[in-house]
Design a protein around this ligand. Structure first.
Ligand SMILES: *Cc1c(COP(=O)(O)O)cnc(C)c1O
Length: 353
């Protein structure tokens, strides 16, 4: 099997980092009890409790869609509603799974320019109706960092949590790239979760160097009641759980979870800096995490494709580049060079025409 040069279309293109791989290998040393009754699962859960300085309840799911959907479903009755941003993954990219697993809890979508929710937007949706004919608001979900790579500050999360408490709403965080947010803010995981008022966190491992796996952390342990049954019913209870848990041990105990995210973030800011003076290309959003979205004329994007680059343009037509734990700095520089060359080539064509 041969591999092509790295692409930055998605952080899911990357493989497994050495720390996660080594833990998988160590977990493969022999037999162990099934369905999470093994030492690896215990050790992974404890590693989360240490990292978060919290006696939280920890569960493991195969992917982020399941983690988000089941977490939200556990916070809602079917007649409840969930407030989210218009660009939230739960709204745009989970095929209705949150509604499905909650037996019908409706997502109430706040339009948002930068993908972030605000206390005002939450209040407006939560108080717009209080009659029996409208699903009762029950949960707010925020994505940290957002789908376009913006990071909520500690104060922003505190303000949202405070609004939630005032309105009787629970606060869920989609942390598919939670590590990248911690790396950007330089804060403790607790500072942007339970200490700021978050009730439940879905912590992503897949996009940060694991093969598969997301963790669901309940800081309010009462909310975790029967969550194990919910996971099982949804097909999310791994029989050989140790292989879902062991990579977390490798990631958390070695500090790779944060190092990987720091590297990914650095690659995004490196690309942004390298093309800052290319007039035809402009970042659509502040570059804070491991993503950069570039607004550029279509011929320029076509030229980049001709040069072999793969990227998505599903958000506002801009080209998304997303860096993973293993992004090669030299390859990031090649991308920067190609963006510059594509800008020059297409500028010449426009002049000639
Ligand atoms: C990738 C991602 C998820 C999880 O997606 P899966 O493909 O289900 O693992 C959840 N939320 C956000 C914001 C994501 O980017």
């Amino acid at each position: 099997m041969t591999y092509e040069p790295q692409q930055f279309a998605s952080d899911n293109y990357a493989g497994i980092c050495p720390e996660a791989w080594a833990a998988m290998e160590a977990a493969n040393g022999g037999h162990a009890p099934a369905y999470g009754n093994d030492d690896w699962t215990q050790r992974a859960a404890d590693a989360f409790r240490t990292l978060f300085e919290s006696p939280c309840e920890v569960f493991f799911a195969f992917n982020g869609t399941a983690a988000n959907s089941l977490a939200l479903a556990s916070l809602c009755q079917s007649y409840h509603s969930v407030i989210c941003s218009s660009s939230a993954h739960v709204e745009t990219d989970e095929c209705g799974a949150p509604e499905f697993f909650s037996n019908g809890s409706k997502l109430l979508v706040a339009s948002s320019v930068d993908g972030k929710l605000t206390p005002d937007a939450i209040r407006a949706l939560a108080t717009s109706r209080s009659d029996i004919h409208f699903p009762k608001p029950r949960v707010v979900t925020i994505t940290q960092p957002t789908e376009t790579g913006q990071v909520y500050t500690v104060d922003e999360i505190r303000a949202i949590a405070s609004a939630c408490r005032g309105l009787g709403l629970k606060l869920h965080m989609d942390g598919a790239r939670f590590a990248q947010a911690c790396a950007y803010l330089g804060c403790e995981p607790a500072d942007i979760t339970w200490r700021a008022g978050v009730d439940v966190l879905c912590f992503g491992g897949t996009k940060n160097g694991m093969a598969v796996g997301e963790a669901i952390l309940f800081f309010d342990r009462a909310l975790a009641e029967d969550f194990d049954y919910r996971c099982k019913q949804a097909g999310q209870l791994a029989s050989k759980m140790r292989f879902l848990a062991a990579p977390w041990v490798g990631m958390l105990e070695s500090g790779a979870w944060l190092r990987n995210a720091e590297h990914a973030n650095r690659c995004a800011t490196r690309l942004a800096a390298a093309i800052a003076d290319v007039a035809e290309v402009e970042p659509m959003f502040p570059v804070e995490a491991n993503a950069i979205f570039l607004r550029a004329p279509d011929p320029l994007l076509d030229e980049l494709r001709t040069r072999g680059w793969r990227f998505y343009t599903f958000i506002g037509g801009g080209a998304r580049f997303m860096f993973a734990w293993d992004a090669e700095v030299a390859r990031v520089d090649v991308l920067a060079k190609d963006i510059r060359a594509a800008a020059m080539a297409t500028a010449r064509t426009v002049q000639a025409a």
